[in-house]
Design a protein around this ligand. Structure first.
Ligand code: ADP
Length: 395
């Protein structure tokens, strides 16, 4: 009996020891597991943080403005482009779309999304102190698994530049039509007059034929200039650049214009040093100089002097100057003088057979050479057009 009791006690003691040991083991195991979970959670949090930073950086690199709002209409996320488009003051997150953008139409777009399932496409105009901006917004309602609204996503495209270009294009088409119509209607009325009987009178016949010839030439010039500008615009002008003796190119241009200069009693002077070499396309440079000298003859002083000068700057660039002693160009016109169809005196330009495209062509051809052209003119003290060309490359 005593032996059985001793055995029972020993068994109970052994069981108690085993149970204590297992509890300690389980506790240690639990702690280890807890530490592991905490580690995993903080890794996951760091991963999520990094992921959301990467996403934000990606959104900030977008050209389009992006705004995400939550179900309560408060901004969850807005990228840098959106902030620039609307000029957000401080962080936008947490504000309503109206508070952040201060634009009712944008807020109304979000309101309309309640009823929309498709992407909403809307154009809006933002009037600012500087100039109006045109935006296209694509908006989509976000919905949860039950189909209830869970906020919205709005993407803004800036159409301002496109609208400006459209305006320029429309103005250009209107100008071209006008420029074509003027000589065309003069040709038409001269030919009608001839057909109505004026052709029977030799003097009238000669006069009206001359009118037709003059305006047909003007049309041809205009079309040539338009085609050249369109080639320049599309970057399709092939330049045959090579070392160019500037003096002889200038002389060729001057020779072509001697008869016109004589008609206004203008003296043309080639003052370019014989040794000066530029790196340019001979035909195109001749055309550029020709346009500038032609203008100097047309708008300079009758009986005056037009000179072409040139020099090499210390940095190797070549400057070619066309200088006249006429009335010059008013200060307010100087900024616009290289624009297509811009003229200081429209009537004078037309009377001289100008197309209004000469200086625009000069600017584009010089730019195609990697150079630039500028005007220096004090009203009353003549005009000085300066072409600056890059240095001749060292071979
Ligand atoms: P256009 O065919 O009218 O000559 P351009 O583009 O060559 O067209 O010149 C634009 C305008 O610039 C001219 O109509 C004229 O009013 C002005 N202009 C150009 N060159 C001179 C100059 N040397 N002196 C004064 N005005 C000039």
């Amino acid at each position: 009996m005593e032996a059985i009791l001793i055995l029972l006690c020993a068994t109970v003691a052994a069981l108690a020891a085993a149970w204590g040991w297992e509890r300690r083991l389980r506790k240690a195991e639990g702690e280890r597991h807890g530490r592991e979970l905490a580690g995993q959670r903080s890794n996951r949090e760091a991963e999520l943080r990094e992921q959301s930073q990467r996403t934000a950086a990606l959104f900030d690199r977008m050209v389009e403005g992006l705004i995400v709002v939550d179900a309560a209409g408060r901004i969850r996320l807005a990228n840098r482009a959106a902030s620039a488009l609307f000029g957000f003051e401080g962080p936008a997150a947490g504000k309503t779309i109206l508070e952040a953008t201060r634009h009712h139409e944008v807020a109304a777009v979000v309101g309309r999304l309640e009823r929309e399932l498709e992407v909403l496409d809307h154009e809006l105009r933002i009037d600012s102190m500087v100039a109006p901006r045109f935006l296209q917004v694509n908006a989509l309602a976000l919905r949860d698994a039950t189909g209830s609204s869970d906020g919205a996503i709005l993407v803004f495209h800036d159409l301002t530049r496109l609208r400006q270009l459209e305006g320029v294009r429309q103005e250009f088409v209107a100008n071209v039509s006008h420029e074509l119509r003027t000589p065309l209607s003069l040709i038409k009325s001269a030919s009608e007059t001839l057909l109505d009987g004026a052709k029977e009178d030799p003097a009238s016949l000669a006069r009206f034929l001359q009118i037709i010839d003059k305006h047909a030439n003007r049309l041809a010039l205009l079309i040539d200039d338009l085609l050249l500008l369109s080639t320049l615009d599309s970057g399709g002008l092939r330049l045959n650049r090579q070392p160019l003796p500037v003096r002889s190119t200038v002389q060729d241009a001057i020779d072509d214009l001697q008869a016109r200069a004589r008609a206004r009693d203008v003296t043309l002077k080639n003052l370019v040093p014989g040794a000066l070499v530029a790196y340019a396309d001979n035909d195109r440079m001749r055309q550029v100089i020709s346009n500038l000298v032609d203008n100097a003859i047309k708008y300079g002083r009758a009986g005056g002097v037009t000179a072409v000068e040139a020099s090499q700057l210390p940095d190797g660039r070549i400057e070619i100057m066309v200088v006249d002693d006429g009335a010059g160009i008013p200060k307010d016109a100087q900024e616009r003088i290289f624009e297509r169809f811009y003229r200081v005196d429209k009537a004078r330009s037309r009377e001289q057979g100008g197309t209004g495209l000469g200086l625009a062509i000069v600017k584009h051809v010089v730019q195609a050479h990697g150079g630039e052209v500028r005007l220096e003119s004090e009203p009353g003290a003549g005009a000085r057009f300066v072409i600056s060309l890059p240095p001749v490359p060292v071979s």
